[in-house]
Design a protein around this ligand. Sequence first.
Ligand code: UDP
Ligand code: MG
Length: 317
Amino acid sequence: MRAKPALSLVVPCYNEASGLASFWARAGDALDALGLPAEAVFVDDGSRDATLAVLSALAARDPRVRVVSLSRNFGKEVALAAGLDHASGDAVVPIDADLQHPPELLSELVAKWREGHDVVIALRRDRATDPAARRIASDLFHRLFSRVSAVPVPPGAGDFRLMARPVVEALRAMPERIRYMKGMYAWVGFRTTNVEYDVEERAAGNSRYGLVKLWRLALDGVVSFSSLPLRLSSILGALFALVALAYGGWLVIRTILHGADVPGYASLMVVVLFLGGVQLLSLGVIGEYLGRVYDEVKARPLYVVRTRVGFPPETGN
Ligand code: UDP
Ligand code: MG
């Protein structure tokens, strides 16, 4: 019989084969140092390299290692959800597999949890390891997100944090398919505190987040936590309709007083093109929401599990 873990790590892995051994060497030591019954739930997010083989080998050697392998790449947010579903600890800590989140911080996180906090966020002190362009874009996005969303997200907060069981259950009860975790963490609330840490260079390989993936994430974030863009497009629409009405009235009066004149093609063209542009923009905004509504109403399962390794036989869903 294994003791019920007090602490679960959740580690999303996408093509991390080259770095996993050194990750587990450090994370395993950090868990040993805590002296708590612990487990690590690795989620293989449809990796195309030897990640699953490496993880299975780890699981064969260390009973604390559990592996959930997804049927394809679902993205980190969904991989995290799968990990939360499979973690049984009283507290759960999502942590990156690339050692950018120092496992040694666990002792501080656990200490704050013991003091009675439900959420302990590990805030990154600075983003010196990120390329400048990404840093600027991410700052801009963060500012925008804080403006438009109803829930504040502390700057520097990522997925690296400790969450007590009730927090995990609250997150698991959120059924949305489009998961912007940063917003969801903030939305559930709970008694929250922070500790700080320095980000390290990625231990192996490159960031799994290209520009397109980041853009999609940002858009998901704004659209799932704010309807401001929708409201903005209707306000814009109303504004232009009013202006158009006034301009139309003025044109009619001028024609009555001065007779018709053919020139005016330019102004007509400008107005038509401008309004066309605004309409397309608004349609686009509506489309962004509609597409997400469609994804949600289909109510597909969030992820599909291909295999599980290292779990007690009664686990399953
Ligand atoms: N990751 C994942 N699925 C993906 C992309 C990333 O599970 O589709 C994992 C990845 O293996 C790593 C963590 O998410 O453990 C963070 O990814 P990465 O280091 O590429 O992101 P960054 O640190 O650049 O934000
Ligand atoms: Mg990283």
